[in-house]
Design a protein around this ligand. Structure first.
Ligand SMILES: Cc1cc2nc3c(=O)[nH]c(=O)nc-3n(C[C@H](O)[C@H](O)[C@H](O)COP(=O)(O)OP(=O)(O)OC[C@H]3O[C@@H](n4cnc5c(N)ncnc54)[C@H](O)[C@@H]3O)c2cc1C
Ligand SMILES: NC(=O)C1=CN([C@@H]2O[C@H](COP(=O)(O)OP(=O)(O)OC[C@H]3O[C@@H](n4cnc5c(N)ncnc54)[C@H](O)[C@@H]3O)[C@@H](O)[C@H]2O)C=CC1
Length: 507
């Protein structure tokens, strides 16, 4: 017993301690470390990360009260250390946390002490049939490249899930048949309602893809990363999450000559996945790619794998993409640490980004916002929120360290996200899908086919949320109307009347 514990102790070397230690080289961790480095120029800030490259926010611009514009670069960590000489990046994964001793232990056998720690280790894809070699998830550079390689040899794939990744994939993939299996009635349930889905659908059947629109608020690049480091990233199992426009550098093309070929199976899930051999033994029939949405033809061709849906249909394919959400990456930190965990599996944080354990904070995809939120804010695991939380967590750590109290940052007053789907600019504000409002709300719509889709969510004459697809230029006005909760009953449908310049109305 004594010998065993002696061996265990000698495996770790105390390298150093720092007042502030941040874990994770994604947007949340890097932003947190940068803010601490700025506020404490004479302290060393340790950034411990499993990934060989880090994610840096560049060209940040606050374009309105809550909407932000910034680029994200995947960079070698040396660039971060050049910008902030008091940041020391440690490349190793944390394998254990001893919160009662204020220590973390890394995979390379070192231990570090901290006074205040911020955990920003992100999330992992929540895969269906995890472990099946034909099921792929997309999270980081490594998994995106593996997907691209498999797609280049594929004639047909099945995409499961109906959120951000699935929406991007089905639009971007060319030269490959795509069976898109969704649990819901309409596409894009995490961002859209059935009306918006209807507006977007024609883009999926368009034969030719158009030139990508300039996305005003987001850009994702890998500038500054050297080839050597990119290769290392490709073999990394714990890379940071990809972000907007991640697919632009990748050719997402199968073996065929056509552009889009998508069939959507609604209101179903995957019941079973059969290997080719299992399928042969089953003596069942699989279906050919449906023509004009109808599944009449059985298929004779043999495929590497078969997907049986809960609606009874079976499709053969080359592989399956599980774009079915994420689970916070909390595992390395749980052993012997009694963290309060949210329903979604994240580390619960209070309004000061503090977890349930002393001196430990969390930010980004790993955490679950457990404070009483503003009526028009909610958590979504997004790039923007990772940056906001990382920045604010650093402010909270600094305030706690100096015994000050601070108010919550304004960004948590209103949920605001700008992105791009199907080559349209998409802005979602507040309770854009009437989340949590029950039946007590009204919707107002304005739609010009192929051009714009505007939806506002109203409750008791007040605007609670909005979805803006296309170049509507309404985001700032609507942002103000949601924030100031003005009674808009008197304006009725004029609120969305295209002949009235509502900006003038409310200025
Ligand atoms: C394909 C894809 C597309 C996306 N598109 C968008 C988009 O268009 N817009 C948007 O807003 N959001 C998008 N997101 C979501 C967004 O990328 C994430 O919400 C955000 O990047 C999360 O940042 P993070 O810093 O919390 O986590 P991550 O970026 O996951 O970073 C976690 C970091 O922790 C490190 N780490 C993990 N475990 C350990 C450990 N044990 N020890 C040390 N380090 C560890 C990792 O190496 C990594 O550096 C997308 C996500 C994906 C997967
Ligand atoms: N443009 C953007 O803003 C983008 C944001 N992202 C973010 O990246 C993260 C990962 O993206 P996604 O994986 O798309 O997650 P997501 O949370 O956006 O969507 C998950 C989808 O999977 C479905 N689902 C869950 N379990 C399922 C099951 N067992 N069977 C079938 N369907 C199931 C859900 O109904 C939902 O439609 C998310 O946080 C997302 O917000 C991703 C891509 C683009």
């Amino acid at each position: 017993m004594a010998a065993a514990s002696g061996v265990a102790r000698s495996r770790f070397v105390v390298v150093a301690g720092s007042r502030f230690v941040v874990v994770g080289g994604g947007i949340a961790g890097v932003t947190c470390a940068e803010k601490l480095a700025m506020d404490f120029p004479s302290e060393d800030i340790f950034l411990v990360t499993a990934s060989p490259v880090i994610k840096a926010v560049t060209n940040f611009k606050q374009v309105s009260k809550t909407l932000e514009e910034f680029d994200v670069e995947e960079q070698p960590s040396s660039l971060l250390e050049q910008r902030y000489p008091n940041i020391k990046v440690i490349h190793s994964a944390v394998k254990q946390l001893k919160s009662d001793e204020h220590k973390i232990f890394t995979e390379d056998g070192r231990e570090y002490t901290y006074e205040k720690l911020c955990l920003c280790a992100g999330a992992k894809p929540k895969l269906i049939f995890e472990g099946n070699p034909y099921v792929l998830g997309i999270r980081d550079t490594d998994s995106a490249q593996a997907f691209q390689k498999n797609l280049a040899r594929a004639e047909r794939i099945v995409v499961v899930g109906n959120g951000g990744i699935a929406l991007e994939l089905v639009y971007e993939i060319e030269g490959c048949e795509v069976i898109w299996a969704i649990k819901d009635k309409a596409i894009g349930n995490t961002f859209f309602d059935a009306g918006a889905a209807e507006f977007l659908i024609p883009k999926l059947t368009a034969e030719k893809q158009e030139t990508p629109i300039e996305c005003k608020r987001t850009k994702y690049t890998m500038e500054g990363s050297e080839k050597k480091e990119r290769a290392a990233a490709a073999s990394d199992k714990l890379g940071s999450a990809l972000g907007p426009d991640w697919h632009e550098g990748l050719q997402l093309r199968g073996t065929k000559e056509f552009s889009h070929k998508i069939h959507i199976e609604i209101l179903c899930e995957v019941k079973k996945i059969h290997s080719q051999q299992e399928f042969i033994q089953l003596q069942q029939t699989s279906l050919a790619f449906p023509k004009k949405g109808k599944n009449v033809e059985p298929e004779e061709v043999l495929w590497p794998v078969y997907v049986e849906l809960t609606n009874g249909k079976i499709y053969g394919c080359n592989f399956i993409v599980s774009a079915t959400g994420v689970v916070p990456n909390v595992k390395p930190f749980l052993d012997s640490n009694n963290f309060a965990i949210g329903e979604d599996g994240g580390l619960k944080v209070d309004k000061h980004m503090h977890t349930s354990l002393p001196d430990i904070y969390a930010a980004g995809d790993i955490c679950t916002a457990a404070w009483e939120p503003s009526p028009v804010w909610h958590q979504m695991r997004l790039w923007t929120q990772a940056r906001q939380m990382g920045w604010y967590a650093a402010k909270c750590m600094a305030a706690d360290a100096s015994g000050e109290s601070i108010d919550q940052d304004f960004c948590f007053e209103l949920f605001a996200h700008v992105t791009k789907f199907f080559n349209y600019k998409v802005v979602v504000l507040g309770k854009f899908n009437a989340q949590g409002l029950g039946l007590d709300h009204e919707l107002m719509l304005r739609c010009t086919k192929g051009q714009e889709y505007v939806k506002v969510v109203m409750q008791n004459g007040r605007m609670m949320g909005a979805v803006l697809i296309g170049e509507t230029d309404l985001e700032e006005t609507f942002e103000n109307l949601i924030l100031n909760q003005m009674d808009l009953s008197a304006y009725g449908e004029d609120l969305l009347n295209p002949d009235i310049d509502i900006e003038d109305y409310f200025d």
